[in-house]
Design a protein around this ligand. Structure first.
Ligand SMILES: [Mg+2]
Ligand SMILES: [Zn+2]
Length: 176
């Protein structure tokens, strides 16, 4: 263990579908695989700025289509890796919930990670804290999303919330 003394670090939490990348719903519709991923350039620019100021970035995504059998874990993981690549490798971590309340098996139906539950955020923050010797006070953090469950997830975690459209529009202002 060679951790630096713990350092308070701003954490940017990004929903993926409709926030960082183009519209695909969590059941995997409108996308067949990693080749279909398209990211918003404004989102990547905002991510770049956040990292330039010493922050960390995690992606958090509900992927309930996995629990329902609409999408395999492998396809989802490949699309996530493609997303990371298209975002110039700026994510420190991407985490997703593969559960869905209406799945038949209770192991696939119940979890603490499906947004609005804050499990993905908390698990990721703990992992990054151990990796980098940092911690992530909610008052320094920012959560960006395009749906009401993102807003509620941010509230439960104590993070400031901003709508994806507003956040991306700010990048356009900074990038003439
Ligand atoms: Mg979304
Ligand atoms: Zn889950």
């Amino acid at each position: 263990m060679t951790h630096q003394p713990e350092k308070p670090t701003p954490l940017l939490v990004l929903d993926l579908d409709g926030t960082v990348r183009h519209g695909r719903d969590e059941l995997g519709r409108f996308v067949n695989g990693p080749d279909d991923v398209i990211v918003f350039p404004e989102a990547v620019e905002q991510m770049r700025q956040w990292k330039a100021h010493g922050g960390r970035i995690i992606g958090v995504s509900n992927q309930g289509g996995i629990a329902l059998g609409f999408m395999t874990m492998q396809t989802c993981a490949k699309a996530m890796m493609r997303t990371h690549e298209l975002c110039d490798g700026l994510f420190d971590k991407i985490a997703w919930c593969s559960h869905f309340p209406e799945a038949t098996h209770p192991e696939l139906a119940r979890c603490w990670c499906r947004k609005p539950s804050p499990g993905l955020l908390i698990e990721s923050a703990i992992e990054l804290a151990a990796r980098y010797g940092e911690y992530y006070p909610p008052h320094l953090g920012l959560f960006i999303g395009d749906r009401i469950e993102d807003q509620e997830c941010a509230r439960l975690a104590g993070f400031t919330f901003q709508w994806a459209t507003d956040w991306r529009a700010q990048a356009e202002v900074m990038q003439p």
